[in-house]
Design a protein around this ligand. Structure first.
Ligand code: SF4
Ligand code: SF4
Ligand code: SF4
Length: 211
């Protein structure tokens, strides 16, 4: 996946920093100065933790401090530019970052923050999701003629790796996707990922914590 393929600003920023960090060409980091090398590395690790549902309250002010250190302590334009990228992300996407820290990815891209469930009312028990699931995370019995008492289809969350295969194959839009790890955001019927973000209330608390 390239940065052009992702809509999630957290993912986009992490990928940009990762590319700079690991690029061995003249466009990448040369590792000569510590604020750039360590700061970018730490920022990647923190963004990764936030994307995998391990975001903590102190992460946001820490990212702010790292952005300043990279910008001020870098000895070349490349380093300063990447400090700016991180800083601008914190300014312009404060709300997105805060939502991620709470376990919600509105673009349905951060796999660990997405929950898949089966809508029993819409499920026709065709079994396609079960056949497609690479992790044996789908339970249920396929509908067969002349048989009664079927176990309904459901997704075992502990086994689910959030790959999205069940969503792609379900012919009846019965697999729902939620943009949060806890499944508290109402699930949506979807065939593809992603779609435009839902509007959400602006939170001053998040913005103040971010920048
Ligand atoms: S700021 Fe420039 S010189 Fe320093 S490590 Fe980064 S890329 Fe190299
Ligand atoms: S998202 Fe992937 S792992 Fe999870 S139930 Fe669907 S197919 Fe299985
Ligand atoms: S593919 Fe859809 S309709 Fe078929 S069993 Fe799975 S959830 Fe139900």
């Amino acid at each position: 996946m390239s940065t052009n393929d992702t809509k999630c600003p957290v993912n986009q920023t992490k990928m940009t920093l990762e590319r700079f960090y690991s690029d061995e060409s003249k466009n990448g980091m040369c590792s000569k100065c510590h604020p750039c090398k360590l700061g970018i590395y730490d920022a990647i690790r923190i963004l990764d933790a936030i994307q995998t549902g391990k975001g903590e309250k102190h992460h946001i002010p820490l990212l702010r401090r790292i952005a300043r250190n990279v910008k001020d302590g870098s000895m070349c334009k490349k380093g300063k530019d990447h400090g700016d990228i991180l800083y601008e992300f914190l300014v312009f996407h404060a709300e997105d970052l805060c939502r991620h820290a709470k376990g919600i990815c509105d673009d349905y891209e951060c796999k660990s923050l997405v929950t898949y469930t089966v809508n029993a009312e819409q499920c026709t028990m065709c079994g396609k999701c079960q056949e497609a699931c690479p992790s044996s995370a789908v339970e249920g019995q396929k509908m067969e003629l002349y048989r009664t008492g079927f176990t309904p289809f459901r997704i075992r969350q502990k086994r689910c790796t959030h790959c999205g295969e069940c969503l792609a194959v379900c012919p009846d839009s019965a697999v729902l996707i939620s943009g949060d790890a806890a499944g508290k955001v109402p699930g949506k019927e979807r065939r593809t990922i992603p779609e435009p973000k839902p509007a959400y209330a602006h939170s001053d608390e998040c913005v103040e914590a971010s920048v």
